[in-house]
Design a protein around this ligand. Structure first.
Ligand code: G
Ligand code: G
Ligand code: MN
Ligand code: NA
Length: 253
């Protein structure tokens, strides 16, 4: 039922949309990018969160089409924003199953060409679990994307199954610390020390570090002191429609 409805949504034009959550540098708060998040307005059920439907789509053959749809929408919108002077890289979430598609790398490259977006203006977010599912294949695909100039980040860092040894060999350049760790910094010094160690480890391995789910100025200041490079979260902005993102961008600048 949900899968069939989603297939209809993919065919139609008005149920699916994307929003942008700004990413800013620390400590100055300049916009350095935006994460693209999918939204589904179901005709009967109303808004359904990707947290609910994405895991179901990911188990189905529709996942290829879903990511292709988001990627296409993201790059089209990036082109629109670019023409109005909003030039920031966009980050798109990809699923483990996308890395199994034989032509995934070529399709990403074709989509970039179609929309006239330079590869360096696209970042793909991939979770540790997606990488570890079939590490040899993931490594090959990520390397090909990276060789083509696409940026790669490790999403939800710290929550998935991973092997630290892989962190050394991946062609990824950015680590996004999962929001659960950022929120837990309120709980005490051990939690804060953990985040500090994650930042230190990531830097030692050559990664840039993004903190997710930053909701308070206290957290932003603490992260900044720890050397965290960038942040995302409600403190700076919620996920915004493309028009609202553009407005936010120019007010901020
Ligand atoms: O935007 P929101 O907080 O509702 O997202 C909930 C979850 O859905 C997050 O884990 C987010 O990464 C995931 N998600 C949002 N958009 C996409 C998307 O386009 N593709 C995939 N694979 N996951 C997404
Ligand atoms: O797993 P991923 O990092 O892609 O998930 C992004 C999700 O996190 C989005 O659904 C977004 O709405 C949500 N999000 C972004 N910033 C915040 C925040 O500051 N607080 C909370 N609670 N959720 C956030
Ligand atoms: Mn993400
Ligand atoms: Na994340």
């Amino acid at each position: 039922r949900l899968l069939q409805d989603f297939d209809n949504a993919l065919q139609g034009s008005d149920q699916l949309s994307i929003v942008f959550q700004p990413r800013v540098s620390l400590p100055d708060g300049h916009c350095v990018g935006a994460e693209v998040l999918l939204r589904w307005l179901h005709p009967e059920l109303g808004a359904i969160s990707p947290g609910e439907f994405a895991p179901i789509i990911e188990q189905s053959p529709h996942i290829g089409k879903m990511t292709a749809w988001v990627l296409d929408a993201a790059l089209r919108e990036a082109g629109n924003l670019k023409s109005r002077g909003v030039i920031v890289p966009v980050s798109v979430n990809i699923s483990a199953a996308n890395l199994d598609e034989p032509d995934f790398v070529q399709r990403v490259q074709l989509s970039l060409l179609r929309h006239g977006i330079r590869p360096a203006m696209l970042e793909l977010e991939v979770t540790e679990s997606a990488i570890m599912k079939d590490a040899a294949n993931a490594l090959a695909k990520l390397q090909a994307l990276s060789d083509g100039g696409v940026r790669l980040s490790i999403d939800d860092f710290g929550t998935g199954y991973s092997s630290l040894s892989y962190l050394q060999t991946l062609p990824t350049t950015v680590v996004k610390i999962d929001q659960s760790f950022i929120r837990s910094m309120d709980d005490g010094f051990r939690e804060t020390n953990l985040v500090r160690s994650m930042i230190q480890l990531s830097h030692d391995l050559g990664y840039q570090v993004v903190a997710e789910g930053v909701e308070t100025t206290e957290a932003a200041e603490a992260l900044s002191k720890m050397g965290c490079d960038e942040a995302q979260g409600y403190l700076f902005a919620k996920p915004l429609s493309p028009a609202a993102f553009e407005e936010w961008f120019f007010e901020r600048k």
